[in-house]
Design a protein around this ligand. Structure first.
Ligand code: ADP
Ligand code: MG
Length: 327
């Protein structure tokens, strides 16, 4: 039996499903999905708004990514932008354009991913739009957040230290691996399909990387694939009080640090030996013939927070360099 297409199900039925699954009343949602507009109650002094879209053929390729993973990712990348301003993400709007022939299963899996991300970040979906498209799928989300105090890209001063919240380059390494695998990898926020280990063993055999290379275990590659397929945004709680400037690493450390410095009117010095690289990434990059440092500096899609501060109270983060006077 084949799954019905979304045009067979119809827009009204899909919106009904969205409403059943996601509509929540809460202290700060007076009217959610189902009316002409949502009605929200401001939760703090500042309201933050951001939007990001991902387009088939430009930002993703359905040979490598599942609908679930796309749903999770479109929420995560937007949450990352709210976090990067020091905000708390609260409400989301979601726009989906897909060809009429898209299987309803695809939209359901997409909703599963969106739902897991919303629960993970405690965000409520309050509206959106659906449209058919002539060819590719595009997804766009708008996130509304709140902040008592917000942190901008500008604000770094000479003498501030530069910190990053986690490992860099894992996601890019995961993408290279996916391109070698040439297949989707069915991992979810919690766990993976039961047969994933044997699936990996089969994929590994088909990679033809060369028998002289050490074998990559599922335990080594899983975190890298996960970082790429299901990126988790970093909550800045604990950083906000001390940060003088902040940005999320979406395009790669060098590009995003340059943006922060340009906005702040400063320069920066980073120390190669301090760049945080995971053991799994170093090993996998070695097998794939990639340079770990290059992946960490230019890879992108890490969704770690890069921020500056005076460095007294900030710990458990990697200090990677210093802000300098000259741009
Ligand atoms: P309108 O014609 O007024 O734009 P729609 O029929 O597009 O209304 O949408 C009806 C309701 O369903 C609205 O509250 C809208 O926000 C919500 N909605 C539509 N598409 C989505 C979606 N992809 N995600 C969440 N809510 C949606
Ligand atoms: Mg509409």
């Amino acid at each position: 039996m084949t799954s019905p297409t979304i045009s067979e199900i119809g827009e009204l039925a899909l919106i009904d499903e969205l409403k059943k699954r996601f509509d929540r009343r809460s202290r700060d949602v007076t009217v959610g999905i189902g009316d002409d507009a949502a009605v929200l109650r401001p939760a703090a002094k500042h309201l933050l708004a951001t939007t990001d879209m991902i387009v088939e053929g430009v930002h993703f390729d359905l040979r490598f990514v599942t609908a679930y993973q796309l749903g999770f990712k479109i929420i995560s990348v937007n949450v990352s932008d709210i976090y990067a301003m020091g905000g708390i993400p609260r409400h989301a709007l979601l726009n989906i354009a897909a060809p009429a022939r898209t299987p309803a299963e695809f939209i359901h899996a997409l909703m599963d991913g969106v739902g897991d991300a919303l629960a993970h970040y405690r965000v409520v979906l309050v509206g959106g739009d659906l449209s058919s498209s002539k060819g590719d799928i595009s997804l766009s989300a708008t996130l509304i957040g709140s902040a008592g105090k917000f942190i901008r890209r500008r604000g770094a001063r000479a003498g501030d230290r530069i910190y990053v919240t986690g490992m860099l380059g894992d996601s890019a390494c995961g993408l290279y691996l996916l391109k070698r695998i040439k297949n989707t990898v069915p991992i979810y926020l919690r766990g993976a399909k039961w047969n994933i280990k044997s699936l990996w063993d089969k994929m590994w055999k088909e990679l033809h990387i060369g028998s002289e290379q050490p074998e990559l275990s599922w335990r080594t590659v899983e975190p890298l694939l996960r970082r790429h397929l299901l990126p988790e945004a970093r909550n800045p709680v604990g950083i906000i009080g001390d940060a003088t400037s902040m940005i999320d690493v979406s395009d790669g450390l060098l590009i995003d640090l340059t943006r922060l410095c340009d906005e702040s009117g400063t320069g920066a010095r980073i120390y190669e030996e301090r760049i945080p690289v995971s053991a799994a990434m170093r090993k996998t990059a070695g097998v794939l013939g990639l340079d770990p440092l290059n992946l960490a500096l230019t890879g992108g899609e890490d969704y770690e927070l890069l921020f500056t501060g005076v460095g007294k109270k900030i710990n458990k983060l990697t200090y990677i360099g210093d802000i300098t006077r000259h741009g």
